[in-house]
Design a protein around this ligand. Sequence first.
Ligand code: CA
Length: 221
Amino acid sequence: SLDITSQMALPDARVRAYGMSLPRMITGAKAKVAASPAATETFRTNIDLTSEAGFFQVTLTGQPNTDPDLYVLRDANSDGTFDFASEIVGQGTGPTENEVVTLSGFTAPGKYQVWVHNSREVVPGLSEATFDLKIDIVSGDSLELRNAPDAIVPGQPATVDVCARTADLQGATGPARGIIVVGWKGAVNAIQVPVTWWPRLPISVFLPEALQGFDLMAPLP
Ligand SMILES: [Ca+2]
């Protein structure tokens, strides 16, 4: 359980949970050099996000002497295509072989695509870049909150019970990750508590020890 104590009234406090999720790994992907990210040589992979995500990060690890660029697009107008000019939601276009894109706040459900554009031959003649992708998205409803308060009274601890529906995680090789978000008006994601689940017996959900009971001194900006 998670104990929340505030020194000030938070009448519209909201506690939400995201997860549990495991990152998706893609290894040994390849892209040939192309002038434009919209070219067919660009690597693309689909992400179908069916519920809001509390965390959304794509990490690209490339090989030396390559310069892949990373883009995350969302089919915002739901026309079934990803338009490079108008539907980019995140990008990493540094001059080296590694890139990371982290979407801020909460990510709306929808159709997403990750693009990797091999932007140039760093070494003449090396026209193909090889890279790994880690797609780390925390979403889903297998992390359940019971007794989540809709108001927090000063000095009075509110206890939230955290349960993982482990049936949803059968076969997972773990660790799976969740996030509990405590927020209030004007600071909807003020406090984020990570939760980790390991597939071993007995089934356990771990909250970080330092955060099992914590005081809210004042809302963050
Ligand atoms: Ca579109």
